[in-house]
Design a protein around this ligand. Structure first.
Ligand SMILES: NC(=O)c1ccc[n+]([C@@H]2O[C@H](COP(=O)([O-])OP(=O)(O)OC[C@H]3O[C@@H](n4cnc5c(N)ncnc54)[C@H](OP(=O)(O)O)[C@@H]3O)[C@@H](O)[C@H]2O)c1
Length: 322
């Protein structure tokens, strides 16, 4: 089958290890099944894989891609949950399973004509969502859903700052947070992206690092080192920063005096559960929220989409159609 793979790791030039071509068909083990992929979407995770973060060279070549929507073996329309855990070794919230992985970390991912997944990872796709829309949800939108509605513990009407407005997770946070009844403030380095954040439903948008009109209840952080100091300064006493990514680096000064003196909470968040993905699909159905798609490309143009992600030249998700 045709697939997009990470064949080699190159920390400085991630696209150097990208290969497009023939790859062995999936051979699903017991309890797994094969999905015919109709659409898949890119995440920064795919760039991290090509750079060698979260994967070792002995796993290569591996098919990239965490997210997909497609058809199961009986022709039903399904969305693929990307968190793979071992039900024999773990029960409960699969994101807490120390042995969990995401598709494309240990098992071949979704940038292919077909992907093997555990049967329990299939979630019915609502007819109201297209394959392209549904393929955006399992990683960045699920991550945003859990950050906002599970980890942050906010009441509707709270003010939430979203750092780095153009990113896949960040646009999801703006769309879902607005529909969930929060006042969303966003930051971006780019004026054009700030304008687009306002059009998406952000109440106000500010340049990265700007002084805010007042302190916020919670900050949603995926940028990391470049915005961390601002995130802590932006919080009210007792406020919460929820962090699910560190695109610009993982080791900013911790500013511990501010954390204890203002009694701030720093909460990590990773992906979400299968049940949360099912609720996210229903949330989109009920509210009319649809994921923001920057561009849709055929699978064989994945290189172009990854290049746009590496250069930061994106607002929303890149979808690959098969
Ligand atoms: N924990 C999880 O489960 C999980 C799930 C999904 C993603 N993630 C992580 O979350 C992060 C974001 O993922 P994504 O797919 O949304 O990535 P993305 O689409 O590439 O977004 C990155 C955003 O970071 C901002 N940014 C990049 N470089 C910056 C810099 N030097 N200074 C300030 N801002 C900068 C940009 O915002 P502006 O251009 O608007 O300023 C950009 O829109 C990644 O690190 C990813 O690995 C984690």
């Amino acid at each position: 089958m045709f697939a997009v793979t990470a064949a080699r790791i190159d920390a400085d030039d991630p696209l150097a290890g990208l290969e497009l071509g023939q790859h062995a068909d999936p051979a699903p083990p017991d309890g797994w099944t094969t999905v015919t992929v109709k659409a898949a979407s890119l995440n920064h995770h795919d760039v991290w894989t090509l750079r060698g973060v979260g994967i070792s060279a002995d796993r290569l070549p591996i098919v990239l891609g965490c997210d997909a929507a497609g058809l199961d073996a009986d022709g039903n329309e399904v969305v693929v949950h990307a968190v793979i855990s071992d039900p024999a070794a773990w029960s409960g919230d699969e994101t807490m399973d120390p042995g969990r992985s995401l598709l494309s970390e240990r098992y071949d991912g979704t940038f292919a004509q077909r992907v093997a997944v555990p049967r329990r990872n299939l979630v019915p796709k609502p007819a109201a969502l297209s394959f392209e829309e549904a393929a955006c949800l399992p990683t960045s939108y699920l991550t945003a859903y859990r950050m906002l509605f599970d980890r942050a513990g906010l009441q509707p009407g709270a003010t939430v700052l979203v750092q780095g407005a153009g990113g896949g997770v960040a646009t999801a946070l703006i769309l879902l947070g607005r529909a969930g009844g929060y006042r969303i403030w966003a930051t971006s380095r780019s004026e054009a992206k700030r304008e687009r954040a306002l059009r998406l439903g952000a109440d106000q948008a500010f340049p990265a690092g700007a002084r805010l009109p007042e302190r916020v209840d919670a900050v949603m952080e995926t940028v990391g080192q470049a915005t961390w100091a601002h995130s802590l300064r932006a919080l009210k006493p007792g406020g919460t920063v929820v962090i699910s990514g560190a695109t610009t680096g993982p080791t900013p000064p911790a500013d511990l005096n501010r954390v204890f003196f203002l009694q701030l909470s720093v909460l990590g968040s990773t992906m979400g559960t299968r049940d949360q993905l099912a609720r996210l699909l229903r949330f989109c159905e009920q509210t009319g929220v649809r994921p923001l798609i920057d561009r849709t490309l055929p699978l064989d143009q994945a290189r172009e989409g990854l290049a746009a992600m590496i250069s930061g030249d994106l607002f929303g998700k890149v979808v690959l159609t098969v």
